[in-house]
Design a protein around this ligand. Sequence first.
Ligand code: NAD
Length: 294
Amino acid sequence: MSTIGFIGLGIMGKPMAKNLLAGGLSLVVYDVVSAAVDEVVAAGATKGTSPKDVAEKSDIVVTMLPNSPHVREVVCGKNGILEGTKRGQIVVDMSSIAPLASRELGAMLAEKGAEMLDAPVSGGQEKAEKGTLAIMVGGSEASYEKVKDILALMGKSTLVGELGAGQTTKLVNQTIVAINIAAVAEGMAFAKKAGVDPEKVFQAIRGGLAGSQCMEDKAPRMFEGRYNPGFRINLHIKDLTNVLETSRSLHMSMPLAAQLMEMFQNLAGEGHETLDHGALGLFYEKLNSLSLKK
Ligand code: NAD
């Protein structure tokens, strides 16, 4: 049976690693936070001492880290995966990072005979716990076939293209989600200012073309002022940074994504960076001196 390495045991990584253990897999785990490691070791995993150690002891290595610099550090830093990797190893990076970084790290691993797949997820902590994440995979079909059953313990995966394509798909998702939430907030603020109850507007239009999963989740939050995360604004800023850096390198214009970055920056500047991204409702409340609350 293959041994799986798992590096990055935060909000998402911890339940994902536990689902692999529950699926009967053998796991070697590592995180810079030792309490997180201890918790997953108590659930049946073996403790790794560094990314190098994890790579030496595993056939497949999964990483679930905050952003590109963290994945770079874990792959090519001192005692990194590159120092312990071997021919035929597959590194599945499930963090949301810049597509360019995925391709660069994949090239370094390929020089050692290993292969990288980028496999970012959508769904948040609850779906990570339930093993029902949406997983967007980039890389070779042959390597995807080898890890497909492992990914199935964490969610539903789709191979979308070459290495980097998974990250690009995630960035598309984050762009559309941010714009949708702002659209809901703008529409509801307009209703309020024009003297119509936003909650009645929501009930009237949710079944029509304007209805969406974003509206279903975020409109009630705006009416209740309930902005506990969820998906934190600082993570969405990180994703939009990757969107805009990528679009600028392609000389592509994304006016709406750029606007959303400004709105999130304003909220972060007001001290709201750890609130759910539905707090775009607060941005529109302040902009128009109104309250969306019931
Ligand atoms: P997190 O900050 O809770 O966890 C990241 C973990 O990585 C932490 O435990 C941290 O200690 C560890 N880490 C950082 N640097 C390290 C290093 N050099 N070596 C070893 N461990 C290191 O983040 P998260 O919420 O679990 O998110 C992980 C990724 O998943 C991010 O890219 C995020 O954008 C993405 N994501 C998050 C959510 C969500 O709802 N939280 C949803 C979808 C996708």
